[in-house]
Ligand binder design. Structure first.
Ligand SMILES: Cc1cc2nc3c(=O)[nH]c(=O)nc-3n(C[C@H](O)[C@H](O)[C@H](O)COP(=O)(O)OP(=O)(O)OC[C@H]3O[C@@H](n4cnc5c(N)ncnc54)[C@H](O)[C@@H]3O)c2cc1C
Length: 196
C-alpha cells in the first residue's frame, strides 16, 4: 500500500490549494503515466530546466544519461533540484479568454539526487558512459485540475461555446525497422499510454 506524504512547507500548493494532492498513490500514478519530466537546477549561477526521461521504482525516481551532460554531472553532485512531470488532459474553453484553462495532473519533487554506480546495464562500456542519478520522492506534491471552465457569473449567459476538449497521448501503428524481419510482438501491439 502506497503511503501518504504530508506536504512540507515547501511542497504545499498555495494557489488553488484544493487542487493539491499529497497521497503517494496519486503522485505515483502521475509519475508512472508520464514519460518525460523536467529537471531544474542551478549550475554556475544559471537556472536550467532540462527535459529528460525518467523511471520510478518504489519511492525513488531514476534519471540517466551521459556523465558529460550538464544535467547528470550537476545532479550527481547532490545539488538541490526540482523535478516536474505534467500530463495535459484537456483544453478548457471558457466564455471569456481570461478563464480559459487546461485540465492537468502534475507532480513536483524537491530534493537532491545521488549518483549510483551499482545499476545493472547491458555492457561494461554502456555502464561507463552512463550516469544514473536517484532522486527520493520524500518531498513531493501533485496538483490536479478537472472539470469545466469556471466563468464569471455574469458570463454564463453569453452565447459562447464552453467546455473541454479532451487531449490524450495515443500510441500509433508500430513501424518496423526496415532491417527487422521479426513479427511485431504482443507487447508492442498492446502498448498504450494512460488509461486504455
Ligand atoms: C499544465 C499546467 C498549466 C498551468 N498554467 C498556469 C498558468 O497559466 N498560470 C498560473 O498561475 N498557474 C498555472 N499552473 C499552475 C502552476 O503550476 C502553479 O500551481 C501556480 O503557479 C501556483 O503555485 P503556488 O504559488 O500556489 O505555489 P508555489 O509557491 O509556486 O509552489 C509551492 C509548492 O507547491 C507545489 N506545486 C505548485 N504548483 C504545482 C503543480 N502544478 N503541480 C504539483 N505541485 C505544485 C510544489 O511542491 C511547490 O514547491 C499550471 C499548471 C499546469 C500543470
Amino acid at each position: 500500500m502506497a503511503r501518504a506524504t504530508p506536504p512540507s512547507p515547501r511542497t504545499k500548493v498555495r494557489r488553488r490549494a484544493g487542487r493539491g494532492r499529497y497521497a503517494r498513490s496519486t503522485i505515483n500514478a502521475i509519475l508512472d503515466e508520464g514519460l518525460v519530466g523536467h529537471a531544474a537546477f542551478v549550475a554556475d549561477g544559471q537556472p536550467y530546466g532540462i527535459p529528460t526521461l525518467y523511471a520510478r521504482d518504489g519511492d525513488v525516481l531514476y534519471l540517466h544519461g551521459s556523465p558529460l551532460s550538464r544535467l547528470l554531472s550537476s545532479l550527481s553532485e547532490g545539488i538541490p533540484m526540482c523535478f516536474t512531470v505534467t500530463l495535459v488532459d484537456g483544453l478548457v474553453l471558457a466564455r471569456s479568454a481570461f478563464h480559459h484553462s487546461v485540465n492537468y495532473r502534475s507532480v513536483v519533487v524537491l530534493g537532491r539526487g545521488r549518483a549510483i554506480s551499482d545499476a545493472r546495464g547491458p555492457s561494461d562500456l554502456e555502464l561507463k558512459v552512463t550516469e544514473v542519478v536517484v532522486l527520493p520522492l520524500d518531498e513531493a506534491s501533485a496538483k490536479v485540475r478537472t472539470g469545466p471552465p469556471i466563468d464569471a457569473p455574469e458570463d454564463y449567459a453569453r452565447p459562447v461555446w464552453a467546455g473541454e476538449v479532451p487531449l490524450r497521448v495515443v500510441a500509433g501503428e508500430p513501424l518496423a525497422d526496415e532491417r527487422c524481419s521479426q513479427p511485431v510482438p504482443d507487447y508492442v501491439t498492446r502498448y498504450h499510454r494512460g488509461h486504455a
